[in-house]
Design a protein around this ligand. Structure first.
Ligand SMILES: C[S@@+](CC[C@H](N)C(=O)[O-])C[C@H]1O[C@@H](n2cnc3c(N)ncnc32)[C@H](O)[C@@H]1O
Length: 269
């Protein structure tokens, strides 16, 4: 039958279609295997729905070794983060295949080892670098265990997952040595997750932007306070410092691809 103007389905005033799409589209998308990360962001879904998709992806589609990896870092306070972020990183690496990757702010190596495993799984070579003091210094908002040597533990965790050691710069991101380290190459991916103070996150963002490759990606952690994201129970939207930088600076200087929970993803076009 041809489309008509009068039935409940086609008449926009009666809007059954709109209601149907609003209610069931996220569920329909979730039940299918893999869209790309960009496709998920382009569906026009709410951040809450995107988060649900990532959460479902973790349980339904994420290859088992990444679930095991997440479980390992969830034990004994080895890492922060949420299951949905493992899905985000999986989809991001699958789609963009970044080669030169930098993490600013390392705890015990959860993200570094995840990146290493992802590139092994995707069968391409990636150069991974990081900048961190490898101590709880410089972070006034997170809780850390003081009995662990973070640098040693990060190295042990790389051995545990049978991964090469990344290039490590044991510094605060704002030091001269760290700035030199960032400027040694153009990065395809930079993950900003160090200090949560506004002034320092501003500096991290600026030096990341200056050393980002064409089409390069910046992921900002803890930065969704000022986006429309009501956090699910057990999750949180971020801290004021990174959230202000994401909303007021990153969003204007880069193309915002989208956000998963308190992570926001920007691309240089
Ligand atoms: C929330 S943790 C990072 C978690 C990390 N994404 C992971 O799982 O490995 C933040 C880390 O950033 C470090 N940090 C604080 N200020 C920093 C700065 N200015 N530059 C680099 N790292 C910094 C802290 O020592 C802390 O270990």
């Amino acid at each position: 039958m041809l489309c008509c103007q009068f039935c409940m389905w086609c008449n926009p005033k009666k809007s059954m279609k709109k209601k149907f799409l609003k209610r069931f589209l996220p569920k329909i998308i979730r039940s299918y295997q893999p869209l790309t990360l960009s496709e998920v962001f382009q569906k026009g879904l709410s951040r809450k729905d995107i988060y649900e998709i990532m959460d479902d992806f973790y349980y339904q589609h994420l290859p088992w070794q990444f679930v095991e990896h997440r479980k390992y870092f969830s034990k004994n306070s080895r890492g922060f983060g949420e299951d949905a972020f493992h899905s985000m990183w999986y989809l991001l690496f699958s789609e963009f295949k970044p080669v030169n990757c930098l993490e600013i702010g390392v705890y015990r190596g959860q993200v570094l080892t995840l990146w290493g495993l992802l590139t092994k799984h995707l069968n391409y070579r990636c150069d991974i670098g990081c900048i961190s003091p490898f101590s709880s210094a410089g972070d006034s908002v997170s809780k850390y265990i003081d009995t662990v040597n973070y640098l040693d533990d990060t190295l042990v965790n790389h051995q545990y997952f049978n991964l090469e050691t990344p290039e490590i710069c044991v510094e605060f991101s704002t030091s001269e040595k760290a700035k030199l380290f960032i400027s040694q190459k153009k990065w395809d991916l930079i993950y900003i997750d160090g200090s949560h103070d506004y002034d320092i996150v501003c500096q991290d963002f600026e030096s990341s932007l200056n050393n980002l490759a064409p089409n390069g990606i910046i992921v900002m952690d803890d930065s969704s306070l000022y986006f429309d994201y009501p956090p699910k129970e057990g999750t949180f939207a971020g801290h004021p410092g990174p959230s202000r930088v994401a909303k007021e600076i990153a969003q204007n200087k880069l193309n915002m691809l989208g956000g998963v929970g308190h992570n926001n993803i920007f691309q240089k076009i």
